[in-house]
Design a protein around this ligand. Structure first.
Ligand code: AMP
Ligand code: GLY
Length: 422
């Protein structure tokens, strides 16, 4: 079977690594992929956001399935256009991708379908933002409506600061994505993410994970795309997973069907669980990055038939997926400056030594190879150090032991991944 994978980050490196192990795979092409992925598949220079280029590539290559990693191409209708060309796609239509691409859409949707979520208001003017903020007790949570690479959320205790943030966001801090804002009440509790495979009719929960979204230790500093994670998330046990499926996921899938936009792909529910009560913080319509890296480490079954079943609508016939019972962790190495602008091109060494422990696997999120064969930083989030361990503490320790072998003065990582669970 020939598979085309779209994307170039750590998530796609992990998906490519897992797909490459499938006995069903005959050829893997990756658009655009990265230097770290060339040993896993044929990388072709078409950008992950170039929907026209990706469609043309798929029409030429005629893969049996296109697996779409990142959200932007989904929101712009890549899956719709592939399906129209009779090419199977793993990933939702643009209409269903609104669950991630418009937080305002999702808040309205949750209200209509009685899905538990934070009380909120969608606003488009500074006056309306201030009026609503004045009714809230704080801390204040402001979110850009549209896609902002995980960075479009501001949380502050200070009302004046919240109003200033609203002003800046509405003035275009995140471009068109923040012309409309969701302002919502602050939720306390334990966060966790559940990933669910969907084929439009059937939903199959995968395992849970817990991300660390803030840049610095102690969950301080600006929001990022994710600085590390672990799986499973202790708070998301079997009982809680059943509850989330019943109260949040099933009504969502039914509601999307009623809208004529069935969801196909992986639905990622960001949850806040307080005293046993789960609420939806947000939806994403693709695998989490770096959560996917840990999920792929823990998944023992073949990934390929699972993704194919979502695209073909026969997830009900897929045997249960098997997972490694050992916990997994991921620590992200980012370039100093991230989530702001981070310089590229610094040399990274020691990766082979870091990967000598067979429990450790490194996925590349933003690197390239120099002509002389050195690894160079080539992004904000640069490396994902993953490990499986006897318990979570062991998995995390193995990640940090591996990092000690990596020589990259221009990089940084959090030193406390997993601290809430530990
Ligand atoms: P989001 O992009 O909506 O997932 O928000 C990013 C992060 O901000 C989440 O992972 C939470 O840590 C935090 N967050 C978002 N919304 C809320 C909320 N209503 N209350 C508390 N924390 C929140
Ligand atoms: N790690 C958070 C995300 O993928 O959105």
């Amino acid at each position: 079977m020939k598979i085309m994978l779209v994307g170039s980050g750590g998530r796609e490196h992990a998906l490519a690594w897992k797909l490459a192990q499938s006995p069903l795979l005959t050829e893997l092409i990756i658009a655009p992929g990265s230097d770290a992925m060339t040993s896993l598949g044929r990388c072709l220079p078409v950008g992950a956001e170039d929907v026209d280029g990706l469609l043309a590539l798929a029409q030429t290559e005629q893969p049996d399935l296109v697996v779409i990693g990142p959200e932007v191409a989904l929101a712009e209708g890549l899956a719709d256009r592939l399906v129209k060309s009779d090419i199977a796609a793993f990933g939702p239509s643009a209409a269903a991708a609104q669950l991630e691409a418009s937080k305002a859409f999702t808040k309205d949707f949750c209200q209509q379908h009685n899905i538990p979520a934070a009380k909120s208001s969608n606003v488009e003017t500074y006056t309306d933002a201030c009026t609503y903020l004045d009714t809230l007790p704080g801390p204040y949570v402001l979110k850009a409506d549209g896609l902002a690479a995980g960075k479009g959320v501001v949380i502050t205790d200070d009302l004046t600061e919240a109003k200033q943030a609203a002003k800046e966001m509405l003035a275009g801090q995140f471009g068109a994505a923040s012309k409309r804002l969701v302002i919502e009440e602050f939720l306390s509790g334990e966060e966790a993410s559940l990933f669910v495979l969907c084929d439009g009719k059937t939903a199959m929960p995968l395992v849970g994970a817990q991300d660390h979204t803030r840049a610095f230790d102690g969950d301080k500093g600006p929001n990022t795309g994710g600085m590390g994670c672990y799986s499973p998330a202790p708070v998301l046990d079997a009982t809680m997973t059943t509850r989330v499926m019943r109260d949040i996921i099933e009504p969502t899938l039914q509601g999307m069907n009623q809208l004529g936009s069935p969801f196909c792909g992986v639905l990622y529910a960001g949850l806040m669980i307080d005293q046993g009560n789960p609420k939806l913080i947000e939806y994403n319509v693709r695998f989490g990055d770096p959560e996917c890296q840990v999920l792929m480490r823990r998944l023992q079954s073949d990934l390929l038939p699972a993704l194919l079943a979502c695209a073909h609508g026969d997830l009900d016939t897929l045997p249960d997926l098997q997972w490694d019972h050992r916990p997994g962790a991921c620590v992200v190495l980012a370039a100093k400056g991230y989530p702001g602008t981070a310089p590229k091109g610094s040399i990274i060494s020691g990766l082979a030594k870091a990967e000598q422990d067979s429990h450790v696997k490194i996925f590349h999120a933003g690197t390239k190879k120099s002509p002389s064969g050195e690894w160079l930083a080539n992004g904000g989030r640069v490396l994902n150090i993953t490990a499986l361990g006897d318990d979570l503490a062991d998995a995390v320790a193995k990640c940090y032991q591996a990092i000690e072998h990596i020589n990259w003065p221009e990089g940084f990582c959090r030193s406390d991944i997993g601290w809430r669970a530990l």
